[in-house]
Design a protein around this ligand. Structure first.
Ligand code: PHE
Length: 447
């Protein structure tokens, strides 16, 4: 298809894919989800889901996209066209709108924290309780939250509209290693705090009594969310990929980086939670209370904090552009919109859709009490992505056929030696695992 743009090299694709994957999912969501869902057991299920569902489905998404050179809706239409697959494509686009909406709220907080850190708000921090009070007041102030939410949406749209997306991704090639080093230093500081032991034990020593349907769904959802699969992001990125690239190799690298950053983020946050007498189950606010408190205990903490937030914002923007890309590619390819109108419309709608999520941290009583944020981020995050992955696996595994998939993967001359393993995981293990988790959730709800 003319004028869709393309990745010029393998490294360009791995960067874009890793850029999409690495973001708030690893740095913010992984530590708090681990905290809320029992620690080490959650981590084990998360890892299992990354390997058994994540890698095979990511390969499937990239392969489908590269084959059809289209967005998810166009891909299913072209290869099948049945109503079920239309609905799956539609779910991908809807997930794009919804995830963009709530993700930008949290990303906005990071921008706010950068600003507050830079102007010295946290210089006088004495305890995590202080930071907690600051946080509660900050995120319950509607104008601030909505303004920051707007800033992220506008920045994302601006990057896409000005065509500087590749520029940001190229920049992140130099900056992500720095973020990696900062995270490791942060983890070292956290692990050596007095009182870190309880957090480490929580993080590393599985307590199998914590097994539950909710934990299973959270761990699976977290794996898929942080790998950016189940809504056609990797499929859409794959559609810009040339035939010579090694798809399984790219998927393996992206997953490796994502897991590594997630695990280190866990080491940076959870030991600090126990050291600072905070609760593991604090939810979305967890890193926003703990991190400024760790920075305060580090030499050069001010600069460290400012640098850290800047890098996280870059990591976030390479993720938000990839989320926005799915609905935009759909409107451009299937509905013949201009890229500009599509970008502006999706951004405006996602801004509005994100308002209730933004107000559910104290700004609005009703939304706060019903914990609206958790509801939307579970529905459009854990659940919608699991359904998306289930159908991608079934589609490639059973409908379109693994043979065609392998032919596409090998089209440019790469030998896919693990094709039989991939086929087995995609056809059986991934769908059955997802169904087992759903069955557990339904049984738990009925009880
Ligand atoms: N994986 C991204 C993150 O962890 C979020 C994302 C989800 C991006 C779904 C694209 C699609 O920050």
């Amino acid at each position: 298809m003319a004028g869709r743009g393309a990745f010029s090299s393998k490294i360009g694709f791995i960067l874009a894919g890793a850029g999409s994957a690495i973001g708030l999912g690893a740095i913010w969501r992984f530590p708090y989800m681990t905290g809320q869902n029992g620690g080490a057991v959650f981590v084990l299920v998360f890892l299992a889901c990354c390997f058994l569902i994540g890698v095979p489905v990511m390969i499937a998404e990239i392969t489908l996209g590269r084959h059809t050179q289209r967005n998810p809706v166009g891909t299913f239409n072209l290869l099948h066209g049945g109503p079920l697959w239309k609905a799956v494509g539609a779910l991908c686009v809807l997930s794009g709108f919804m995830i963009f909406s709530w993700y930008s709220v949290i990303a906005g907080w990071v921008v706010g924290y950068l600003w507050e850190t830079a102007r010295g708000t946290f210089n006088t921090v004495q305890s995590a309780e202080h930071v907690g009070e600051f946080f509660a007041a900050y995120v319950s102030h509607a104008p601030t939250v909505l303004f920051l939410h707007f800033v992220i949406i506008a920045a994302t749209a601006g990057i896409v509209l000005r065509g500087v997306k590749e520029g940001i991704e190229a920049l992140s090639k130099w900056l992500m290693p720095v973020l990696f080093v900062l995270l490791i230093l942060l983890a070292i500081r956290a692990v050596t705090l007095p009182g870190a032991g309880a957090g480490l034990e929580f993080y590393l020593k599985p307590d199998f009594s914590k097994f539950s349907a909710k934990m299973l769904l959270a761990a699976m959802g977290q794996a898929l969310f942080s790998l950016s699969i189940g809504m056609g992001t990797m499929l859409t990125y794959g559609s810009y990929l040339s035939k010579k690239e090694d798809i399984p190799g790219a998927a393996a690298w992206i997953t490796f980086f994502e897991i590594l950053i997630s695990l280190i983020a866990g080491f940076a946050v959870l030991p600090a939670v126990s050291a600072m007498g905070q609760s593991f189950t604090d939810g979305p606010r967890l890193i926003f209370v703990v991190l400024p408190s760790i920075f305060a205990l580090m030499p050069g903490g001010y600069l460290f904090g400012v640098g850290f937030y800047v890098l996280v914002i870059i990591a976030v923007l390479t993720s938000t552009v990839s989320i926005l890309e799915v609905p935009v590619a759909y409107l451009v390819d299937e509905r013949r919109w201009s890229r500009r109108s599509a970008t502006l419309m999706v951004s405006a709608v996602s801004f509005v859709l994100g308002i209730p999520a933004g107000l559910s941290f104290g700004a609005n009583d009703f939304l706060t009490r019903m914990d609206f944020f958790t509801i939307v981020s579970t529905a459009f995050g854990d659940i919608s992505l699991s359904i998306g992955c289930l159908f991608v696996a079934l589609f490639l595994g059973w409908v379109w056929g693994v043979r065609k998939g392998v032919a596409e993967i090998e089209a440019g001359g790469t030998r896919f030696r693990l094709a039989p393993l991939w086929s087995f995981l995609l056809r059986y293990v991934a769908p059955i695992s997802i169904l087992i988790v759903f069955a557990n959730v339904i049984i738990a709800l009925l009880r």
